[in-house]
Ligand binder design. Structure first.
Ligand SMILES: NC(=O)c1ccc[n+]([C@@H]2O[C@H](COP(=O)([O-])OP(=O)(O)OC[C@H]3O[C@@H](n4cnc5c(N)ncnc54)[C@H](O)[C@@H]3O)[C@@H](O)[C@H]2O)c1
Length: 327
């Protein structure tokens, strides 16, 4: 199958692309190499995929906001299936500059939906986010929970889900939106709690917790997220639907910091700073819908996954840490 992975030089997209290559699919990545974080990490992701499958991996540097570029990719590579991972991610940055996520996450998405409709793609998988929920009226979130995003980023992700559903309804384009709950693992984006804590602990600095540390997060290991994406190749269930992709539990940010301190063996105590307004207080996924529709079964607990991440970080510290610090 010819599969387009937008944002395939990024963290999740590159893991999805690698898994598709391993299954023998032809993969084209469209990525703008946005310098929102150190692009050298993205180049390393592209190199890794090239090594995996030089002859059926194609990398196109360009933006999904450019209609002509998008159209050319669908034409040139005869795209049959789309994993749309490109975005301006990040809740806090969207508060500082809402125009950029709006342009990329909604206008860019529309360009892709138009091209996918025109080219009759078999499935359009849209990376959504737990940020669509915002305030928790009850936990865990199921997909019937009200969506009241607390940030411009969350608004763009919810808007994208609506666009996908509408394209399924009016154009018969088979779309599905996966609401990821904070994803982590090897080569993850810098500027996230797990990378920040690990990097600081390994250099003997205390992890910085924003707020009282009692906020809870459902962190999802990258391998579980990749499995959810690939499961969609096996079924045509869930057209027009959005579903939660979370983990097997939650952890407070304070407990996470303590776990990273223990795993790194650092002789430090967490320090506390002001809470960030746009951050949700709690996230916790009810994954029953994904379990039912695509047999989703997350297997990595947060403590196991964080231990694996710290081990990977230590093994890759030489090249990864300077890039994390520069981002
Ligand atoms: N990582 C998480 O915890 C998480 C949680 C919820 C949702 N998501 C969503 O998952 C997707 C992937 O996230 P990620 O963590 O891999 O982020 P990432 O930033 O590592 O990857 C996104 C990629 O998109 C590319 N990109 C940005 N603007 C582009 C444009 N205009 N055209 C083409 N490419 C562009 C970037 O260069 C980057 O490589 C995003 O849609 C994000 O919103 C991620």
């Amino acid at each position: 199958m010819n599969v387009l992975v937008t944002g395939g030089a990024g963290f999740i997209g590159s893991h999805v692309a690698a898994a598709l290559l391993e299954q023998g699919h032809h993969v084209v990545v469209l990525d703008s190499m946005d310098p929102y974080y150190e692009p050298t990490i993205k180049r390393a992701n592209v190199d890794r995929c090239t090594e995996l499958a030089e002859h059926h991996y194609y990398f196109v540097e360009g933006s999904i906001t450019d209609e002509d570029t998008v159209e050319a990719v669908f034409d040139d590579y005869n795209v049959e299936y789309v994993y749309h991972q490109a975005a301006q991610a990040g809740v806090r940055t969207s508060v500082e500059n809402p125009h950029k996520p709006h342009e990329i996450n909604t206008t860019g998405l529309l360009n892709l939906l138009e091209a996918a409709t025109k080219h009759d793609v078999q499935r359009f998988v849209n990376a959504s986010s737990s940020s669509v929920y915002g305030h928790d009226e009850y936990l865990p979130y199921d997909e019937d929970h009200p969506t009241t995003p607390r940030s411009p980023y969350g608004v763009t992700k919810r808007t994208a889900e609506h666009y996908c559903r509408v394209y399924t309804e009016i154009h018969d384009l088979p779309t599905v939106s996966l609401r990821y709950f904070t994803v982590y693992g090897p080569r993850m984006r810098p500027n996230m709690a797990i990378t920040n804590f690990t990097s600081r602990c390994l250099t003997g600095d205390p992890p910085v917790i924003y707020g009282d540390g009692q906020q809870t997060r459902d962190f999802t290991y990258i391998d579980d997220v990749v499995r959810a994406n690939l499961a969609l190749l096996e079924t045509d269930a869930a057209d027009g639907e959005a579903m939660n992709i979370g983990s097997t539990g939650t952890i407070t940010i304070e407990a996470l910091a303590e776990h990273v301190i223990a795993e790194t063996g650092a002789d430090v105590e967490p320090v506390y700073d002001d809470a960030k307004e746009a951050d949700a207080r709690h996230t916790h996924a009810d994954v029953s819908k994904a379990r039912e529709l695509i047999d989703y079964d997350p297997t990595t607990s947060i403590r196991e996954g964080v231990s694996q991440f710290v081990e990977w970080y230590e093994d890759n510290r030489e090249w990864y840490e300077p890039l994390v610090r520069a981002s």
